[in-house]
Design a protein. Structure first.
Lengths: 422, 325
């Protein structure tokens, strides 16, 4: 027990000490969080009126970002699975980065859902004993279960493994059970999130069976793309890969991630194409939201098409990313690889964030066209949640790297070798 | 069994907590502006008669302080053997929107404030203006298709105008379709609610416990008739415009961050009166009654007229029927 307390204290110390650059990074994130907190105070005081969400478009930036980030969290499985099931050595060192990214992403997901509530003071009404959860009927109650379960798994697994490394003991077998559970669990979080929308017959744009598969494909593109960027940044600014450091992130690991992103991107574009074909060829009333998204809608001589430029930009970026990832020459060149990753990430963020949530509401089920565009306060709150997620991820990474690189160790285990399983 | 007793125990413990809180019941949580008593309030269906009485006393006091009115808040239960149904004659409707405003006055919806732009008007009834028909002959196509142009007619939920505003209604070439909560027998809004804050009463009315709703707006997304409204801010209600005759599940004054909707005027219909929109209609286009009573107005319409319902294909089974003479 005293070892565990020491682990926690050391972790906090490690996460809060660093170079000037590190402090500057933390401070800038913190400032963004504070700006958002200030805006959120107004939202609490005056209601969601400070956003541009209204009866016509009743979910906006918060839920769009939530949806996208559930995908980022689920994408951790793309590192865990090859590492543990196929024993892929190159991923062994980076699994922890994936799992901790899931923690950061889930922090954002849960924050976005809570911020979107009209009555946060009543959030306990969704839990058993303190409330009356409409389970199994309501998909939102399922989402509470799978998201919190996944957060638990991704805190437990890296937490336990880091602790064992800290005290230089081999991890026990039981943790393997949790690692195995975490794989299908990752799939479940994004499936349930897709089912939130896919189950609504009132919204033809969402009411399609391809929703969950499409969600997973786009998640396994955006997640690895983000990992590739983050791993390069971490490699540059920490001890990783430097002489004398026990921790390495190989180029091969990054290229394998790029390969995963490529295949997922192609599958994602295929699903998107299937959806566009089915809706477009049948050309029933289901077409209107899609038409709004790409071409805008005419109504009584007025053109509504605020999302048009974003959507075309997203599709263009996705296709460029797919092409750059497709050819080994551009995939294995870090400049083009990074362009591909940034484009893939931004493209999918647009396509399955705002590009999925907003047109679901346009036109309304009884034909009104009302356009949504986030307010400044809404954007500030959204950015703050992103900053909070990166803050959490940074602090966790700092600890993970220090322990894995054997920079810190429990005093009683100083002379011991790091056991094999790490 | 074990689970049951555990649940029981926890419920009692929770009730104990509520009782213990009462000395501080009036303490307000800052910013969200909620008293502790309100914070610990139970779901309407789990309240005892005493609980209900206490809550209603609190609400009356609150309304007195905030709006200066003496409200009467009932909890009249549904009658046995009654399932309410509605029928609307779209041939008679002239699109005057008197129902819309009668509904607002009756049900204490938020009004637009002349001073505060964040306070907006909430309406439960939306009247669509639809052109009787539109025929564009089109031209012979030069490609492999022949273009026939466009023919639009009938109750079209995509080609309509929500904000029509001519000098006089009805206009020659238009007809009007008012839409409000269709009181579905299989309501998607109830299915998706994560907290059971909205449910179908035994007389078929979908109600909301405004003090249990968490404001997630899943029901707004799930409703195929766009019948639900959200309180984006605290409602604005001038004292003299408030209807003091209220029902807990109906027209009592709402708060910011919760969902509301048409209840077929539960505060009237459960006392044997017609909904306000039925009374306000100058042309008698609106019929209301007990679907289980063969002599009721709505049953007579079902028997004698050809009726249709909106979005029948979604399987929601509305108890709101449209018909023509």
């Amino acid at each position: 027990m005293s070892k565990l307390i020491d682990f926690v204290i050391t972790s906090i110390k490690v996460s809060l000490t660093g170079s000037k650059k590190y402090y500057a990074w933390l401070a800038s994130l913190l400032i963004m969080v504070l700006f958002g907190a200030f805006s959120y105070y107004y939202q609490l005081k005056y209601g969601l009126i400070i956003t541009d969400i209204r009866d016509q478009v009743s979910w906006g930036s918060y839920i769009a970002n939530f949806t996208f980030l559930v995908g980022v969290a689920a994408a951790a499985v793309m590192i865990v699975l090859p590492a543990y099931i196929y024993n892929y050595k190159e991923f062994k060192h980076i699994t922890i980065f994936g799992e901790l990214l899931a923690v950061g992403a889930l922090t954002m997901c849960l924050s976005f859902v809570l911020i979107d509530l009209g009555r946060i003071d009543r959030m306990l009404h969704i839990l058993p004993f303190t409330g009356t959860p409409n389970w199994p009927q309501s998909m939102l109650t399922w989402d509470v279960i799978v998201l919190n379960g996944y957060l638990f798994l991704n805190l437990l697994i890296p937490g336990y493994l880091l602790y064992k490394a800290y005290v230089r003991e081999p991890p026990r077998k039981w943790i393997k059970i949790f690692i195995l559970i975490s794989i299908p669990w990752a799939i479940s979080i994004h499936t349930v999130t897709a089912f939130l929308y896919g189950g609504l017959a009132a919204r033809p744009f969402w009411n399609t069976a391809v929703m969950a598969p499409r969600f997973l494909a786009s998640a396994f593109t955006a997640g690895p793309a983000l990992m590739i960027i983050i791993l390069q940044i971490v490699r540059r600014y920490t001890c990783i890969g430097k002489p004398g450091c026990k921790l390495v992130v190989t180029d091969r690991a990054l290229f394998t991630l790029a390969h995963i992103a490529l295949i997922s991107m192609l599958v994602n574009l295929f699903f998107l194409g299937s959806e566009i074909y089915t809706v477009g060829y049948a050309a029933t009333s289901h077409l209107a939201p899609l038409k709004y998204l790409f071409f805008g809608l005419e109504h009584n001589g007025v053109h509504y098409g605020k999302l048009q430029p974003y959507m075309w930009a997203a599709i263009t970026m996705e296709i460029i990313a797919a092409i750059l990832l497709l050819f080994p020459k551009t995939r294995k060149n870090f400049t083009t690889l990074n362009i591909a990753c940034i484009f893939a990430f931004l493209g999918i963020w647009t396509e399955k964030g705002m590009g999925l949530i907003i047109p679901g509401f346009i036109p309304t089920p009884i034909g009104e066209i009302w356009e949504y565009y986030p307010t400044l306060m809404e954007i500030m709150i959204t950015l703050a949640v992103w900053a909070l997620g990166f803050l959490v991820y940074t602090l966790l990474l700092k600890v993970a790297i220090a322990i894995e690189a054997e920079e810190v160790v429990h005093p009683s285990a100083k002379d011991k070798e790091m056991p094999e399983a790490h | 069994m074990v689970d049951e007793s555990r649940r029981d125990f926890l419920k009692k413990a929770a009730a104990g907590a509520t009782a213990a809180v009462i000395p501080f019941a009036n303490v307000r949580i800052p910013v969200i502006d909620v008293t502790l008593e309100e914070f610990f309030q139970k779901h309407y269906k789990e309240m005892s008669d005493d609980d209900k009485k206490r809550v209603i006393e609190r609400l009356k006091k609150e309304y007195k302080e905030k709006y200066g009115i003496d409200a009467e808040i009932k909890t009249t239960p549904p009658k046995e053997g009654v399932v309410w149904g509605y029928a609307l004659n779209i041939q008679k409707c002239i699109g005057c929107r008197r129902c819309v405003y009668a509904c607002m006055r009756e049900n204490n919806q938020s009004r637009a404030s002349p001073k505060d732009p964040t306070k907006s008007e909430i309406q439960w009834i939306r009247v669509l203006e639809i052109e009787k028909f539109k025929i564009h002959p089109g031209e012979e196509g030069k490609d492999f298709r022949t273009r026939f142009g466009e023919i639009i007619a009938g109750v079209n939920l995509e080609e309509n105008e929500h904000y029509y505003n001519p000098e006089h209604v009805p206009e020659e070439d238009k007809f009007y379709v008012p839409i409000q909560c269709q009181q579905c027998e299989r309501p998607p809004c109830v299915k998706v609610c994560p907290t059971k804050a909205t449910w179908k009463e035994p007389d078929g009315i979908i109600v909301v416990d405004y003090n249990w709703c968490i404001g997630c707006r899943f029901c707004l997304a799930a409703c195929p008739y766009w019948a639900r409204r959200f309180n984006w801010s605290d409602p604005y209600l001038p004292k003299e415009e408030i209807n003091p005759k209220m029902h807990y599940l109906g027209n009592r004054i709402r708060m910011r961050g919760v969902v509301e909707k048409c209840t077929f005027c539960i505060q009237r219909t459960r006392e044997g009166r017609y909904p306000a929109c039925v009374e306000a209609c100058p042309v008698g286009a609106r019929k209301f009654g007990n679907l289980l009573d063969p002599e009721s107005d709505v049953r007579k319409v079902l028997e004698k007229k050809r009726v249709f319902r909106l979005k029948e294909e979604l399987g929601t089974q509305p108890k709101f029927f449209y018909f023509m003479d």
